[in-house]
Design a protein around this ligand. Structure first.
Ligand code: PLP
Length: 428
């Protein structure tokens, strides 16, 4: 079934609706998990970088599928299967809107996977395996999440490609002069997060992609920490591949997206073999379906895809500029709250940051701070945040990380500040 025409026509009108004015109380009212007590306190959820809480519209979408039109997709002729197939393709349309992908290739370029990790492994195992040759170079930053590092290490071991790392300074800003020096005729792939999960730095991806393209390299952008904060224009960003996870942007776990330029996905070839990804199968061999089916072997996470579509529509229903200014306000307030605590130090002070405040408190272990915050109903993350090399470069074993979403409010920041003051007092 082809939905390319529908995608092309609707891609600039997310959901076909006008965004509502941003009202954080109204946003919070749509997210049931926010309204619970944890350890005897109303929950303050500041672990959005790890995963997000879910809006009712997303939960309703899951129930609508599992409790109603539950059926397998693509092959069915019966009504429930057709409805489920259409719902999945509508979710692809929501992704197309979110990534500003329009035109006849939009459908082919959006591949549903299990998450960011799987998307990057897909690229490493297909494009990396088939297009890169021994001695070719992959440039990544030294700040990446393990999922934007380890798949290339594994590829390097298999294919003899060479990894090069962009250093960063004490603020968490990448050294662009060093990056320029790393680029050359052997550079085939540059892989970079749009937003660092460990420190919150928003990297100058468009500028870096232009530099990569100038030497003929392809650019993979890890959008896991960017997509939850609003729509992304993957082409303006200069991405050739773009990966994100559903669960971090208000959708279900176990589903995510790889977007890639059609020609590159075609060059990458199939990955997993099985049902749905073949055009025709014979005992002697098989031929491959068109994109995106070629890269979506087996029964997909149908409910997850439908839920992801609903989550993105929910996010798109708010004004992007208002979300950005609300989150910037909270980020400044959260940063000030940490800085006001004696002995606390923010780790990652880049001028351009998104939604993340990593910090340490002198003389304390991050896990102890996190536990004391939890006892006061405040959920944060502690540890190396799956960015061990970055922590090591900073001379740390880990940090406490508070990370924001659009449903956080001033009260959350005030409760966090009070809880942190108390934790720091108790630990010193
Ligand atoms: N990349 C970044 C920047 C992340 O923050 C994360 C998760 O924390 C990932 C990749 C991996 O995402 P997932 O575990 O959903 O595949």
């Amino acid at each position: 079934m082809s939905h390319a025409v529908a995608l092309g026509a609707a891609a600039h009108r997310p959901g076909g609706r006008r965004a509502a004015a941003f009202d954080v109380a109204a946003v919070r009212a749509t997210v049931p998990a926010l309204h619970q007590q944890v350890n005897g306190h109303p929950l303050v959820y500041l672990d959005n970088g790890a995963t997000s809480l879910k809006p009712q519209a997303m939960l309703d979408a899951l129930l609508g599928y599992y409790g109603g039109y539950c059926a397998n997709v693509h092959r069915g002729v019966h009504a429930l299967s057709v409805q489920a197939t259409l719902a999945c393709e509508d979710a692809r349309l929501a992704v197309a809107d979110h990534l500003h992908v329009a035109g006849p290739d939009a459908e082919a370029e959006i591949v549903f996977v299990r998450g960011t990790t799987e998307a990057i492994n897909l690229v490493a195992s297909t494009y990396g395996e088939r297009v890169l040759a021994p001695g070719d170079e992959i440039v990544i930053s030294a700040l990446e999440h393990h999922s934007n590092l380890v798949p290339y290490q594994m590829l390097a071991a298999r294919r003899g490609v060479v990894l090069r790392f962009i250093p960063f300074d004490a603020k968490g800003v990448l050294d662009l002069a060093a990056y320029r020096g790393l680029l050359g005729p052997k550079t085939r792939l540059v892989a970079i997060a749009e937003v660092s999960n460990a420190l919150g730095t928003r990297h100058p991806v468009a500028e870096m992609a232009a530099m990569a393209h100038a030497v003929g390299a392809v650019v993979l952008v890890d959008g896991a920490q960017a997509v939850p904060h609003g729509r992304v224009d993957v082409r303006a960003l200069g991405a050739d591949f773009y990966a994100f996870s559903g669960h971090k942007c208000f959708g279900p776990t176990g589903v995510g997206v790889l977007w890639g330029r059609r020609a590159l996905l075609e060059a990458a070839g199939p990955w997993h073999g099985g049902g749905d990804m073949i055009r025709s199968a014979a005992l002697e061999g098989s031929t491959w379906a068109d994109l995106p089916a070629r890269l979506e072997a087996g029964t997909p996470h149908i409910a997850g895809i439908i839920g992801l579509g609903a989550a993105l529509r929910w996010l798109q229903s708010f004004d992007a500029a208002e979300i950005a200014s609300h989150e910037a306000h909270l980020l400044a307030a959260l940063t000030a709250a940490v800085e006001a605590v004696p002995g606390a130090r923010v780790v990652g002070t880049a001028p351009d940051k998104a939604a993340v405040v990593s910090f340490v408190v002198d003389g304390t272990h991050p896990a102890d701070v996190g536990t004391l915050l939890d006892q006061q109903g405040v959920a944060v993350r502690t540890g190396h945040h799956c960015a061990e090399p970055a922590m090591r470069a900073l001379g740390l074993t880990g940090t406490v990380r508070a990370s924001l979403a659009l449903y956080n409010n001033d009260d959350d920041v005030a409760r966090f500040a009070e809880a942190l003051r108390r934790a720091a007092r108790l630990l010193r």
